[in-house]
Design a protein. Sequence first.
Length: 273
Amino acid sequence: MYEVLEPSERESNGPSLWDSATELPRVMLEMTSLTYSWPLIATAPKGDGHTIFVLPGFSVGDQSTLILRRLLRLLNYRPLPWELGQNTGSVELQENLFERFQDILAQQPGRISLIGQSLGGVFARILAHQWPDRIRQVITLGSPFASGSLDTVNSLVSRLFQSVSGMSREEMLDQMTGFPAAPPPVPCTAIYSKSDGVVHWSTCLEYEGEQAENIEVLGSHSGMAFNPMVLHVIADRLAQPLDGWKPFERKGCLSLLFPEPGNTDSPTSDRQQ
């Protein structure tokens, strides 16, 4: 059964102290498990060669998505790094991201898929809202796009973001509440973990829609770009035919690995729709 997650429930406190404290050990475990599961993941259905723009999370750059992009190339896609250095989240960087993406749209034919980890996924949704006619689908990995409070983020990460981005707490809050709450008008898959040690998992959920879905995985926040379960979902979602998007199917043993997510009503808060 689906449990209803009201918009007000998204204003939760940040992740638990246990999840935050065990974040790094779990990242190492995910890296180790990938070593053993890579041969199986690499047998995923081959893609149609379309372009995929991959956006890294806060405080890291393209090196953090290297394994993911390697898998995408192996599966016959054309993954593009974002080439903007460290993701500081600053206003200047966002302006550079828009310029970078406009160049990609001018050079790449057809519709483009977007994959963003954490803050990169927040930016991916913004791009999809801006250019929906050129976007094939959006996949976010632990991205807190539904957060309306600084309290939903690990306090250490929040202070680091303030330092790196150059924003005050008020500016950070204005930016967070300015993110569109409703999903872009394209297929959207939000991958999240209830044991996320950086952001509260409820802020990573898409609101229910005909082309919006939430998929829960077991894992950390920082290790999502090389978590075997996440990579399986990404390969499955990208393999769908153009204009043939369907929700993720949890058949057989997949129903044990990927539980049905909670239902999320349409946004009713005063956030941007």
